[in-house]
Write a protein that binds this ligand. Sequence first.
Ligand SMILES: [Zn+2]
Length: 348
Amino acid sequence: MKNGKRILRCGALFLGSAAFLLLLLRAARPAEPAVPAFSPAGEEATLWVDGSAVTGVFRGGRHYADAEAFLAALDADFWRGEKEDLRRSLGGARTLCAEDFCEAQGIALYGEGGAELWCSSAAGDWEPPPGVRVPVLMYHGVGDDCWTSPTLFTSPDDLRAQLAWLLDNGFTPIFFEDLKHADAIEKPVLLTFDDSFRDNYTELFPILKEYGVKATLFVIQGTVGWDANLSAAQLREMLASGLVRAECHTQYHYFLDELSDEQLIEELCWSKAALTKLTGRIPCAIAYPAGREDARAVAICRREYRFGVKMGGPVYVTGEDPFFVHRIAVPRGISLGEFAARLLAAAG
Ligand SMILES: [Zn+2]
């Protein structure tokens, strides 16, 4: 009998332990997955929204994303106070279709029919407010190793002095997309560097960081990775700093007015597509090689870009034809006095 009781007691103990273990196991089980923020099923997609990757879904040839994630990735400087309007336009929907949303809001899209999609505000449908004088400075290389035409290379010390002068005199270096708010920016100035020489990484980039100044690189897309030119990794590192934008300087820098119609498409459109995939942003501006263009080239650029940039000429005033933006050359050896005089004359 005693043995029987002991067996019963052991049995109860065993059952109690088993129940406890079961409880433990239940507690250790992972929590139910949260309800996903967007409902469409399909292939996983990457949406590059103003340069940031947003994970979404690709289904039926269209791209869907979590609305808040998409809005958060849109460039805050470009949209400024308008993000609430964008949010309201969604009427409380938690999911957005990128194609529908971008078309409604004038955001440029680029895709190749696959799961990856690029959405860029700056390349979209917008105009700068008119009547603002914007000096656009033209540089090329930075350094004292003048391995090609010396006038193309600004000495690092001269560049430092020029940037310090601009900042001391109340100028605000901006990107092309900042022209959306040109009337709210104190003395806007655009610093542009053509031909994507490698010294733009080794010499220019440290100076931009030192002064916290924005600069635009006009990249010859086909030369990325060449010995004398920026590598893809260098370009991406510069872009990630937020101080640099890459805009288009064609594929191989041929003179546009000498090309066939087919070659024009390669130089103006293929380079745009390749630069978009390289940088995550659709370029919004193009610099015509050597400032040369013709009616055919400009017609294509009007379809593909927001701005077309020349070389010398009068200062750019917003509201004028954005496909004939003239620049002020800053040649090697220019004195600070002459630099200042050109800037002050341009800024009016
Ligand atoms: Zn060039």
